[in-house]
Every structure is written in structure tokens, then in C-alpha cells.
Design a binder for this molecule. Structure first.
Ligand code: LLP
Length: 421
């Protein structure tokens, strides 16, 4: 459920018509619903608690939507943060999320980033390889602290979905393999600078079938039991993120309650707490991207291009993963026309969709890309020197710009021309 519905002034986010935001802030623009963000987080956490999972750490995956205002909304409800860079750790801290609710993951953390995370007192650093374990140990020893670590173990399970976002197979770069896990835990527990406190996994994103997750979690359970049997004092099993969301044409993903019931069943009686790293399921359907039609360009051969003022730099998912986003008129219209919806960037890939039946549009009409709250603005760039797309947060009848569109002067001021050029 989300809070984007048609009202008397067209498609609205909670109590604010998107047309009003477009007129006042300009387009393209991302618009997020606070009520939807809060609802999604609460539904996810409560589903786990109601299924019998005691005191789960729900560490929202900051990469999905990293705006500090969004993080503050979630952090105030008790969310932790799953982070993958010093920048993300800083964002979580800036939003008031305490170090003890921050998980630091990522395949290539640098020395300074590890030092920053250790000083921030993060709950756990997820270690993705043996050399990374050694690097973390050396940084911790230098700082005179013991790093709380969990190895991210690759369960070698295929989770379906797009190849660019599948992570749980051994051919992917993520995590240590199952076969070497016991040896690495033994090494880590013999290292005074390391405190192995957990096991972590994450098998992919936009997963719409619980079976691969169940298979991975069963493997993780077995590993935790084995390590506990070997005398390790593990406190936490981090089951990652990855639960899919409905993108309109996609197979219906399982609701959080079914996911939670599966988790509770697989982990029953395991004497460790659980952590989760959901991103998309919290943020995707809490946001839309609003764009304005610039032209309708009809070719003599028959194709009709809807040229809009948003492009692949603002929402890269269709170009990068062939992702489907529902496109709705901000003001309802009757009739139908078939369009290729394209942006102004000079690449053929700058195509949001081909041959999509939509209402007949003209210049100045507004369209909303639905389910764009996750991996939308977070992946935006200034390619083609297009100003970074702004973000708006709606709360009931009010809204605030939570990241403003940079001016051209601000953008150009970042370039430095040496006096010898
Ligand atoms: N934990 C780890 C270690 C991850 O790598 C990810 C996502 C998550 C949690 C959160 O997964 P989620 O719950 O959001 O599925 N840009 C792509 C998605 C990339 C996902 C990367 N890792 C997209 O737009 O579809």
C-alpha cells in the first residue's frame, strides 16, 4: 500500500497534488511520501516481531535512498542502517542513527573508511574476503580497538532476477565462500583485534520467490550451528535484504508476513538475534519521479516518441536493468496512444520504455514514474551536465524540498581550470 492516489487535482502524494510540487519546485523531481516510508518500515518490522523474531535489527539499506531526511524518518522509528561506504555511514550518523544500529558492508572498504566506522562504533563490519579481514584487523590494532565482524558468506544460491543485481552465486564478487568460512572464523577468533560476532549473507535484490531465500537461510543456520558448536560466541545472523516489490507488471512478490513466517520457521530455536538489510521494500513504492512532456515527436514511419524532461541520468533503472516503471498521467486523461518514452540525453539507451500504451499526451503534460523511491535519486548523476534531480518529502498537507536542484553556477564552480590551461 502507498499514499499516491488520484484526487480532485490529479495524482497526489498524501495531501499534496504532484502538479503543485511540479509548478513550485520544477521538473524533473522526486517526491516521497513520509506515511508510506513509515508504513513500509513498520509493516516489515512488525511482521518479523509478530512471527516471533525477537528484537530484530532492521538496518535499512541506505543505498536504496540515502537522503538524510529519509534516513531520519526511518531512524526515528528505530531503523538501523546498512551502509557500504564512509559517506553512507556519515549520512546515517547525520540522521541520528546511532553507531550500534549501523552495519558496514561492501566489497572494497578502504583503510580510512574502516577507521571511520570503528571510531563511530558500528554494530558490525561485514567482511567480504580474507584480505579484507586482515586489513580490518590491522586498522583495529592501530586504533587499539576490537572490531566486531561478521563474514558475509556467499551461500551459492541463484536468486533469479536481473543478472546485474544477483549476488549470491559463488561466481559473484560478494562474500567468502561457504567452504572457507570455518577456517576464517577460526583465524579471526585467534586475532586479538577481531571479535567475530555474526554471520551475514545477502543473495540479491528484487527477489519475488521465497524459495532461494529459504535455501540460503537454511545454509546460514547450519553454519551458525556449526560455529557455535566450535565454541564461537556468535550473537547475530544478518540475513541481508532483497525482498522484491510490485513494479506493476512484475510477478507479485511475497508480502512481508510470508517472508517473516519463513524466516521464523528457518531460524526457530537458533540462539542468536537476527538482522535484516531491506532497501527496496521500504523505499521503492514510497517515491515517484515527476517529469514534464517536452514534445511529442512522430516519425513518418509511425513511431511516436514522448520526449520528456527526465532522462537516464535521473532514473537509470530502465536503461541499466531493463526495469519496468509504471508511468501515470498526473492529470487523468482518456484515450490511448502508443509511445516510446525517451529523455533528452544523447544515447539510444536513454529510453524509459518502448511501445507503451499511455493516455495521449501533449507538451506541458506531467507524467509520474511510479515505484521510483528506491535506486532512483540515489543512482542519479549529472551526465550531459543536467542538474542533479531534486527531492521532495511530503507529510500530510505539507512538503519540503529535501535536496535542492543545484544551480548551473554551483555545478560549474566545482570545475577548476588551472592557470596553465
Ligand atoms: N544488503 C546488501 C549487502 C546489498 O548489496 C543490498 C543491495 C541490500 C542489502 C538491499 O537490497 P534490497 O532490499 O534493496 O533489494 N540498483 C539496483 C539494485 C541493487 C541492489 C544492490 N544491493 C536496482 O535498481 O534494481
Amino acid at each position: 500500500m502507498n499514499h499516491f492516489e488520484y484526487g480532485p487535482e490529479g495524482l497526489a502524494c498524501e495531501g499534496v497534488p504532484l502538479a503543485r510540487i511540479a509548478a513550485e519546485v520544477g521538473t524533473p523531481v522526486y517526491v516521497y511520501s513520509r506515511a508510506t516510508l513509515e508504513r513500509h518500515f513498520t509493516v516489515f518490522r512488525d511482521a518479523l516481531v509478530n512471527a516471533g523474531v525477537v528484537d530484530p535489527l532492521v538496518a535499512y539499506a541506505v543505498k536504496a535512498n540515502s537522503n538524510v531526511a529519509v534516513l531520519k524518518v526511518l531512524g526515528d522509528l528505530g531503523a538501523g542502517a546498512d551502509t557500504v561506504s564512509e559517506g553512507e555511514v556519515r549520512r546515517a550518523l547525520a540522521a541520528g542513527i546511532p553507531g550500534e544500529r549501523i552495519v558496514f558492508s561492501g566489497v572494497g572498504k578502504k583503510r580510512e573508511e574502516i577507521a571511520f566506522a570503528l571510531k563511530a562504533g558500528v554494530a558490525e563490519i561485514n567482511v567480504e574476503s580474507e584480505p579484507e579481514m586482515e586489513l580490518i584487523a590491522s586498522v583495529a590494532a592501530e586504533l587499539g580497538v576490537r572490531a566486531k565482524i561478521a563474514f558475509r558468506v556467499n551461500p551459492d544460491v541463484a536468486a533469479g532476477g536481473h543478472a546485474k543485481i544477483a549476488t549470491g552465486k559463488s561466481e559473484n564478487k560478494f562474500g567468502v565462500s561457504f567452504a572457507e568460512a570455518a577456517r576464517l572464523y577460526a583465524n579471526a577468533s585467534n586475532n586479538a583485534a577481531l571479535e567475530p560476532i555474526g554471520v551475514a549473507c545477502h543473495i540479491g535484490s528484487q527477489i519475488t520467490d521465497l524459495e532461494p531465500m529459504r535455501a540460503a537461510f537454511m545454509k546460514m543456520r547450519g553454519l551458525v550451528e556449526q560455529l557455535l558448536g566450535e565454541g564461537l560466541s556468535l550473537e547475530r545472523l544478518d540475513l541481508g535484504g532483497g525482498l522484491g516489490v510490485p513494479y506493476f507488471n512484475h510477478p507479485e512478490p511475497p508480502p512481508p508476513a510470508e517472508f517473516a513466517a519463513m524466516v521464523a520457521q528457518v531460524t526457530k530455536g537458533l540462539p542468536v538475534k537476527l538482522a535484516f538489510e531491506p532497501g527496496r521494500v521500504i523505499a521503492a513504492n514510497a517515491g515517484v519521479m515527476v517529469s514534464e512532456v517536452i514534445h511529442v515527436h512522430e516519425r513518418p514511419e509511425g513511431r511516436k516518441f514522448l520526449v520528456i524532461d527526465a532522462a537516464m541520468n535521473d532514473l537509470v533503472r530502465p536503461a541499466m536493468y531493463d526495469a519496468f516503471h509504471d508511468i501515470r498521467p498526473v492529470l487523468p486523461k482518456s484515450g490511448e496512444a502508443v509511445y516510446d518514452v525517451v529523455g533528452p540525453v544523447c544515447e539510444t539507451g536513454d529510453t524509459f520504455t518502448r511501445d507503451r500504451a499511455l493516455p495521449p499526451f501533449g507538451p506541458g503534460d506531467l507524467v509520474a514514474f511510479m515505484s521510483a523511491g528506491a535506486y532512483g535519486s540515489a543512482m542519479a548523476s549529472e551526465y550531459n551536465t543536467r542538474p542533479l534531480v531534486p527531492e521532495v518529502l511530503v507529510d500530510g498537507d505539507r512538503y519540503a524540498v529535501i535536496r535542492k536542484r543545484p544551480t548551473y553556477d554551483e555545478m560549474l564552480a566545482r570545475d577548476l581550470v588551472p592557470d596553465w590551461v
